[in-house]
Design a protein around this ligand. Structure first.
Ligand code: NAP
Length: 292
């Protein structure tokens, strides 16, 4: 299988992300066929040299590699259901977000119909597509990834193959998203707290930044060592100490009329571990509270 980034490619779905993907191929000079349910979204790409297909079948027929980026797996499944004959022997690279099970079902459908399938998770915003630092995870047959690696690097310079299980990229996707949402939600909670004493986000920013740099960032690799060795004893900050501190956060948030839902959820995890006899453990011991 040739590994080139010059071949013809089709992009199905020209939303915010799909349009960025197609644009990266057009900029590289690939013959890029595009299709979108709402046809007008192809216009800007066609002006740059893309070819608009009249329907999904025409788009699939145009290229050996089909990149899909639509809102859900259900949408992709509905598009592909009637086209299994046209897809046979083609490479499908699905960059739609969903769950690991949806990815595995799509891979099983593809295998049943002779389609070479890669499932991908884009850990970047559209503006980052094509940059060296754009991270995209892939799962599926190793030889299919190897055959398309150069082409896929046009979308994300940091394209990482995670193995044959097509569900794994979605696990990584959700793992990084839960970090994003919970860490930023903690920051927003912090800003709401300081706002009660008239402090603006800009005024608080230097303290948020120094806290992340000198306390949170170093805790990530330290915690990784503790988790992998299942060795949670600490000389720094125990769950017992954090249990007391988070009760102050919940109480104060409630008194100030600030939403405490997230703090209450974290408090419950800490209390569960302390009740199980792990009060002397580091915070990283909470990983065990997440496991059922
Ligand atoms: N945007 C990001 O930063 C980002 C980052 C990582 C991953 N993703 C993932 O990429 C995927 C697309 O995201 P997006 O930001 O491009 O979303 P979007 O702008 O809302 O685009 C959604 C796309 O899905 C199409 N679509 C929806 N329902 C359809 C249907 N029933 N039949 C045919 N096409 C249908 C839309 O077509 P119409 O134009 O006709 O509505 C459009 O092309 C999502 O799974 C998202 O989670 C996005």
């Amino acid at each position: 299988m040739s590994n080139t980034n010059q071949g013809p490619v089709t992009v199905l779905g020209l939303g915010m992300m799909g349009a960025a993907l197609a644009d990266a191929f057009v900029r590289n000079g690939n013959r890029t066929t595009v299709w979108n349910r709402s046809a007008g979204k192809a216009d800007a790409l066609v002006a740059k040299g893309a070819v608009a297909a009249g329907d999904v079948r025409e788009a699939v027929d145009a290229s050996p590699v089909i990149v899909v980026c639509v809102s859900t797996y259900d949408v992709m499944n509905d598009l592909f259901g009637p086209l299994s004959d046209a897809l046979r022997g083609k490479v499908v690279v699905n960059l739609t977000s969903g769950t690991p099970d949806e990815a595995r079902s799509a891979a099983a459908w593809a295998a049943d119909h002779g389609v070479q399938y890669l499932d991908g998770a884009i850990m970047a915003v559209p503006q980052m597509i094509g940059l060296p630092e754009a991270l995209i995870f892939y799962g599926g047959a190793q030889e299919v990834f190897a055959g398309q690696e150069e082409l896929l690097k046009l979308l994300g310079g940091n394209s990482v193959y995670l193995g044959t299980d097509a569900g794994v990229p979605m696990i990584y996707d959700l793992a990084l998203l839960t970090m994003l949402w919970s860490s930023l939600a903690g920051y927003f909670h912090a800003q709401a707290l300081v706002s009660t004493v008239g402090v603006s986000a800009a005024e608080f920013l230097p303290f948020a930044n120094t806290w992340i740099e000198h306390v949170i960032t170093p805790a990530i690799p330290e915690s990784a060592e503790e988790i992998d060795s299942a060795s949670f004893e600490t000389e720094i900050s125990s769950l017992n100490v954090n249990k007391a501190a988070i009760s102050h956060l919940v109480k104060t948030s409630n008194q100030l009329g600030i939403n405490s839902d997230m703090s209450v959820a974290i408090q419950a995890l800490i209390e569960k571990r302390v009740a199980a006899g792990h009060g002397t453990h580091a915070l990283s011991s909470l990983v065990e509270a997440f496991k059922k």
